[in-house]
Design a protein around this ligand. Structure first.
Ligand code: SF4
Length: 248
């Protein structure tokens, strides 16, 4: 496997673009996607933090803390954004708190504009059962947009093997809707790669995986999956919905 360094990419860092335009970011992302395909996650992470500096964050659902851990090793102190919907399982919040207490990262919990009680008052109780897109917009999408206003680029833990909808995830992409660069350092990893990394570094993992959950989101919209089932089949199982809107 060829190790591609940021210098090897022939890319300039954003220091050369005090106010990078969408065109600058798109061109940077395209070059990086080609050059970093096949590179180790650590190399992709280093390129991202070298390139974007403080204008970069990691986002984490706290299903596991693998991506946050990779960045904590190559860029200590990096911001880790967690969307605290108010509807997470206690096990998810435990991973968030363990990450904050044990890793050299800066965890930022971003909350929706309305509490769950305020949302119930305005839209009626259990909006997630009637209009999950609306609920996801208010509790996940809008808070993410608000958090990302501070950054030019962000990292996710998306992987190609998670579902058919994620099969073509590039390691670096330009998100034209947000005008930002999205970095997916473990896009090419398999579940086995994740398990090996977790075991090697003793990374915090959501305890619900051991109880039969294949993919973990808010408790009202997550159910256990059967062996052999698509791990994301347990998300919004009563609806056609497969994504919360953060990655589309
Ligand atoms: Fe609401 Fe469910 Fe989306 Fe969470 S996953 S924000 S509960 S619709």
């Amino acid at each position: 496997m060829t190790v591609v360094t940021a210098a090897g990419l022939g890319l300039v860092t954003l220091g050369a673009f005090p106010s990078p335009s969408s065109a600058d970011l798109e061109s940077l992302a395209l070059d990086a996607a080609a050059a970093l395909e096949g590179a180790p996650a650590e190399e992709i992470a280093k390129w991202a933090t070298d390139t974007f500096g403080a204008r970069f964050c990691v986002t984490s659902s706290m299903a596991d803390a693998v991506v946050a851990h990779v960045f904590s090793r190559v860029s200590p102190g990096v911001d880790v954004v967690f969307l605290d919907t108010g509807l997470h399982f206690p096990e998810t919040l435990k991973v968030r708190d363990t990450v904050a207490a044990t890793m050299n990262v800066n965890v930022r919990s971003i909350r929706p504009r309305m509490t769950v009680g305020q949302q119930d008052g305005e839209y009626g109780p259990r909006l997630f059962n009637r209009s999950p897109d609306e609920c996801c917009y208010m509790r996940k999408v809008e808070p993410l947009e608000r958090a990302l206003a501070d950054y030019d680029a962000w990292a996710t833990g998306l992987r190609r093997d998670e579902s058919p909808t994620r099969a073509n995830t590039p390691v670096v992409a330009f998100d034209p809707k947000r005008g930002k660069v999205k970095v997916n350092p473990i896009a090419a990893w398999t579940q086995r790669d994740v398990d090996d990394y977790v075991a090697r570094w003793d990374v915090p993992v959501n305890e619900l995986f051991k109880l039969g959950y294949g993919s973990i989101g808010c408790w009202p919209c997550t159910r256990r999956t059967k062996p052999g089932e698509d791990p994301r089949a347990g998300r919004w199982a009563m609806f056609e919905k497969t994504e919360c809107g953060l990655h589309v």
